[in-house]
Design a protein around this ligand. Structure first.
Ligand code: B4P
Length: 190
């Protein structure tokens, strides 16, 4: 069956598209951002540490994120996984490769949503506008966005090359409408 990674800068639409693909194509979504936000909401000491990291626009340590991903894969026997927000660096990409090998699974596509960086400010502003005013994401502000963009360029960007060399990467214009991006993804995966 089909396993897909959705890659792109913060606010490029990874979560938006993954949720649509869950509905339309019966994928099982694994979103590290959503899983981390749940840990933060639990109010645990670990959650408070993670909250500070996310509010600073930095990456949560690999051990935590990889452990969450492996546990999600182990407890859900879906044949169609969509990874949203993971991997975000080479160490995470290699850990996912190993998990796939161990489970004899195949990674079919890595879909890169290409969005010009100066466009992302408006995306984050629209996510703030769409949110419940009492529940706006703490990392949704321009200062944190700039840090997240810098982390993306320095740390996440090299995995584009990693997947390109494996012939898994497909680039999509993420500046098209939400519907148009979905349509292109569905064409690719089918
Ligand atoms: P994430 O939760 O992954 O969030 P994201 O990158 O900000 O956003 P996404 O691309 O999903 O945008 P969305 O669809 O909402 O990460 C948050 C933080 O968690 C990270 O900074 C990090 O600290 C931590 N983290 C997560 N994964 C980690 C990992 N693997 N390792 C370490 N740390 C990790 O879209 C944004 C807005 O744009 C929405 O309002 C949407 O409606 C709009 N939009 C989307 N597509 C559009 C389109 N085509 N046209 C117009 N608007 C569009």
């Amino acid at each position: 069956m089909t396993n897909v990674i959705i890659l792109g800068p913060p606010g490029s639409g990874k979560g938006t598209q993954s949720k649509i693909l869950v509905e339309k194509e019966s994928f099982f979504q694994i979103s590290t951002g959503d899983l981390l936000r749940k840990t933060v909401e639990s109010g645990s000491e670990e959650g408070s540490k993670i909250q500070r990291i996310m509010e600073n626009g930095e990456l949560v340590p690999d051990e935590k994120v990889i452990e969450m991903i492996l546990s999600e894969m182990a407890t859900n026997n879906s044949k169609k996984f969509i990874f949203d927000g993971f991997p975000r660096n080479i160490a995470q990409a290699k850990a996912l490769d190993n998990a796939f090998k161990e489970k004899s699974m195949i990674l079919d596509f890595v879909i890169l949503l290409e969005v010009k960086l100066d466009f992302l400010e408006n995306r984050i502003k629209s996510r703030i506008a769409e949110s419940d005013p009492n529940n706006v994401r703490k990392d949704d502000n321009l200062e944190t966005l700039n840090k997240r963009l810098s982390v993306y360029q320095k740390i996440t960007y090299p995995i584009i090359d990693f997947y390109e060399k494996k012939n898994k990467l497909v680039r999509i214009d993420g500046m098209d409408s939400i519907e148009c991006v979905t349509e292109k993804i569905i064409q690719i995966i089918n």
